[in-house]
Design a protein around this ligand. Structure first.
Ligand SMILES: C[S@@+](CC[C@H](N)C(=O)[O-])C[C@H]1O[C@@H](n2cnc3c(N)ncnc32)[C@H](O)[C@@H]1O
Length: 389
């Protein structure tokens, strides 16, 4: 256990049972939410999450993990699959290096990733640990009952992780548009925290008697303004359109209190590639790529909502990120051309001329099979990358 800040919260790394995601669907609730969404949206486009195929949304929570968390759903024990997917045998080592670098509370002291794997951690949980360490660098969890607002909370990954690791009781509100996310967040948090109150919002529900409140986005305007201490959006606005992103940025601005903290992690080059119109009163405290950035321009951003403009300082933060991205672009280019060279030596058809080259012989003898496999996959991605240019 380690301590957070001066107030001595006892932090504890969560452990999970192997059947953590054995969560039953509540089809009645799902159907009710689907009907409500239909009535409230009146034909408006609510994005891809409201157009998922029926067999997906009516499958299991484990199936849905692919949508919510992508490759990050894999357990840490499956290191070979993780290496294959990420084209790198060093993903887990890189995660560990990154996490130890930001571990300002020493929670990983004396722990290895193998220890975490043994207690059923998945890659998505390392992401949650990273989210916690980044947020808690700027946000105090202790000394009060924090009021947290998360837009697009998936199955409740962070809603579960933050109370578990801090042991703090929170008012945690999730707003989501997708019936399947709303339903499973409700089911999952109810099952994981039987002693706390998980409530599905509908008009008339008391707004001060819950630990977890799940709010369909069509009821978002019922929530109090200038109320929340912390707002979160992770890998979610990147899937919306300009109107929705503008709406949620303004919504967060209106609903977070003065001096509240805002934590956003979104790719700038996934489905949404438009403008991020942050108010100038949001002071940017942090803006960098992270170990979870699966596209190039994919920063974690932390802001403090204030009453004055931070336009000038924020511009310098943006420029600094741009330089960081330039370096990553250069590294990516080098990696692709290196892979292209190795690929030629390792995967081109047999020829006497090729066999006599030193790189071929060295490659044959020295490059281990998993690396060869990764080079092959990297090349496929490199070709796709250049084809898209
Ligand atoms: C890729 S998942 C990420 C889930 C979660 N933030 C995490 O990191 O585990 C995207 C989430 O955003 C939600 N979402 C998509 N469009 C939304 C919208 N217009 N309003 C609110 N939530 C939305 C989806 O239902 C889903 O829960």
């Amino acid at each position: 256990m380690s301590k957070l800040g001066e107030q001595h919260i006892r932090l504890k790394l969560p452990v999970w049972d192997s059947d953590r995601f054995a969560v039953p669907a509540d089809i009645e609730l799902f159907d009710r939410l689907t009907e409500e969404l239909r009535v409230h949206s009146q034909g408006a486009d609510n994005g891809p999450w409201t157009r998922l195929p029926d067999d997906e949304v009516r499958g299991t929570i484990e199936q849905m993990l692919a949508g919510w968390c992508g490759w990050f759903r894999f357990p840490l024990t499956e290191s070979r699959e993780i290496a294959d997917l990420f084209c790198s045998t060093e993903v887990l080592r890189d995660y560990e290096t990154f996490l130890r670098g930001i571990d300002h509370v020493g929670i990983l002291d004396g722990k290895s990733l193998n220890d975490l794997a043994a207690t059923n951690w998945r890659l998505l949980d390392l992401g949650s640990l990273m989210d916690f360490l980044l947020i808690s660098g700027f946000f105090e969890f202790e000394g009060h009952r924090p009021k947290i607002l998360e837009i697009g909370g998936g199955f409740g990954r962070l809603a579960e992780f933050l109370p578990l690791i801090t042991g703090v009781f929170m008012e945690y509100v999730i707003i989501d548009v997708a019936p399947v996310s709303l339903m499973y967040a409700h089911q999952y948090l109810t099952l994981r925290f039987p002693e706390r109150r998980t409530v599905m919002f509908s008009p008339g529900v008391a707004l001060d008697d819950y630990d977890f409140l799940i709010v369909p986005s069509w009821y978002a305007e019922y929530l109090p303004r200038n109320y929340f201490d912390l707002a979160i959006n992770v890998e979610s606005m990147q899937e919306m359109n300009q109107d929705l992103v503008d709406y949620y940025v303004e919504y967060i601005h209106a609903h977070v209190r003065d001096q509240g903290v805002i934590y956003l992690v979104n790719s700038r080059e996934h489905l949404f590639t438009g403008s991020w119109n942050f108010p100038s009163e949001w002071e940017c405290l942090y803006r960098h790529r992270t170990i979870r950035s699966w596209t190039l321009n994919h920063p974690a951003e932390i802001f403090r909502k204030t009453a004055s403009s931070h336009k000038r300082a924020n511009m310098l933060r943006t420029a600094a990120l741009e330089r960081e991205l330039d370096l990553h672009r250069a590294v990516q280019k080098l990696r692709f051309s290196h892979a292209a060279r190795l690929s030629y030596t390792l995967h081109q058809p047999f020829s006497i001329r090729k066999v006599l080259t030193i790189p071929y012989l060295l490659g044959l003898l020295l490059v281990p099979q998993p690396v060869k496999r990764n080079i092959k996959v990297t090349m496929e991605r490199a070709r796709a990358y250049w084809a898209g240019k």
